[in-house]
Design a protein around this ligand. Structure first.
Ligand code: ATP
Length: 315
């Protein structure tokens, strides 16, 4: 709960982390963004955003990667926090003053390739919409989300979705299955722009294919729909894995440790450095979590499942 506020005055929302089970990256566009073809999967690791009445925006952050949980703080508490921008954007859209206390409790580490900042922004949109009674339609919120960042619309939607454009053009994917993953989260984050820059460098040097033709997501979507774990394990792919590995050689060992410990497959999540290991079932995920935690390669190892719903009010 936000400090100094009676419980009845606050609104709480949470939003999930994402992993990309398919991420094909095209060449850089004239606007600097890369064209993507991706399949997002929302998983059960959530950040919580609590908002209450205030004057102006007052932001507090706690949890993973904020200093309080150890390590240097990577999460800003000023205007550069995506939540602050979400609040200003929604207030402007609705014609209300941007007045709120906002408390972010992070379980999703920053700069981990898990879209933690996007989850916070999506949860803030949902919570502030309720606090300010702005009654924005879902379509309005999605439009505001796309202006905040490529992954924010998916953080609102959740589930499984195909992402095109910068990743913000979404088509929901219906699948019956539920998959168990183990996330190995590193001590140090990786900057998304640095990983894209390394991708461009490696392509220019001819070390990896040029990305002229985006690998289609169809095999992954077919595997998600058909259910067998081995089918999904065989088609997981991420064009950002090679540049993430080039910047962080220790990730190779982390991926190998995951498969050695029994994962059906393991890949770098988004721009990394989180390693997402696909477990054969829930019990295997528990064993895999213990095995990976024992390796000492990660700051935090968590068993999660997905798909889960997108940003929602809590309670
Ligand atoms: P993505 O996978 O969406 O590219 P990511 O998951 O690797 O991103 P984020 O956790 O979203 O990375 O954070 C990226 C950077 O954004 C951080 O290093 C931080 O400087 C900034 N940032 C702004 N707002 C937030 C927030 N609420 N939580 C975390 N980082 C934030």
């Amino acid at each position: 709960m936000t400090a100094n506020l009676p419980d009845e005055d606050v609104v709480v929302a949470r939003a999930p982390a994402k992993i990309n089970v398919h991420l094909a990256v095209g060449p850089a566009r004239p606007d600097g963004f890369h064209e993507l073809s991706t399949v997002y999967l929302a998983v059960s690791l959530f950040d919580t955003v609590t908002v209450g009445p205030g004057e102006g925006i007052a932001l507090t952050v706690s949890g993973e990667g904020t200093g309080a949980a150890g390590g240097a703080s990577r999460v800003p508490v000023d205007r550069s926090n995506l939540v602050w921008r979400a609040a200003e954007l929604l207030a402007q859209h609705a014609g209300v003053p941007a007045d709120a206390t906002v408390d972010i409790r992070k379980s999703i580490p920053a700069a981990a390739g898990l879209a933690g900042g996007s989850a916070d922004a999506a949860a803030a949109l949902v919570a502030l919409d309720a606090l300010w009674d702005t009654r924005a339609s879902r379509a309005d919120l999605v439009e505001l989300a796309a202006r905040l960042g490529s992954d924010v619309p998916f953080s609102l939607l959740g589930g499984i979705a195909l992402g095109a454009g910068r990743g913000e053009q979404l088509t929901p994917v219906l699948a019956r299955g539920r998959w168990h993953w183990v996330l190995g989260m590193a001590r140090e984050g990786l900057s998304t722009p640095a990983v894209y820059a390394e991708l461009d460098r490696m392509r220019a040097a001819g070390r990896i294919p040029d990305g002229g033709e985006l690998a289609p997501p169809d095999p992954v979507i077919a595997a998600l729909r058909s259910g067998p774990l081995q089918a999904l394990a065989a088609v997981l792919s991420n064009d950002l894995e090679a540049p993430a590995l080039s910047l962080r050689g220790d990730l190779r060992r982390a991926l190998r440790a995951a498969t050695d410990a029994g994962a059906a497959a393991a890949l770098v999540s988004g721009s990394g450095p989180t390693v997402a290991a696909l477990a054969r079932d829930e019990a295997a995920a528990v064993r895999l979590t213990a095995a990976l935690a024992g390796e000492g390669l990660f700051r935090t190892v968590r068993a999660v499942h997905g798909p889960v719903a997108g940003a929602r009010l809590v309670g």
